[in-house]
Design a protein. Structure first.
Length: 119
């Protein structure tokens, strides 16, 4: 039973049977334990990397939203007969959205005043 358990852990952890192998049941139990702990540590490290990548992607989202806002201003400029808007006006709108996006990106339209502006 111990040999079978050791073989199962060796196969599942993709370590394989090499030149150095356990000869007694105690060595097999220790090896199976080390293999199990190794798989757990590897899973933990991969999950941590996955979380870091998710955070990096969320950081990049802010640039995407800012790009969309710039595209919006470009569209408004076309409807304004290619006349640029005053710089102070654009800066005020950008600072408003940056402030609203700091905590929650879906919070740009959150109350009745914001909804009224959109109508």
């Amino acid at each position: 039973m111990i040999a079978m358990t050791y073989f199962a852990f060796t196969s599942l952890s993709t370590v394989g049977l090499g030149d150095i192998y356990p000869r007694s049941n105690i060595e097999r139990l220790a090896g199976a334990t080390f293999l199990l702990v190794g798989v757990m540590i590897t899973s933990f490290i991969i999950e941590s990397l996955n979380q870091m990548l998710s955070k990096v992607q969320r950081i990049n989202e802010s640039f995407e939203e800012t790009d969309k806002l710039s595209l919006f201003f470009g569209t408004l400029k076309k409807f304004n007969f290619e006349k640029p808007f005053p710089k102070e006006f654009v800066e005020n709108i950008e600072s408003y959205f940056e402030h609203r996006w700091e905590g929650n990106r879906s919070n740009a339209i959150s109350n009745d005043e914001d909804r009224a502006l959109m109508e």
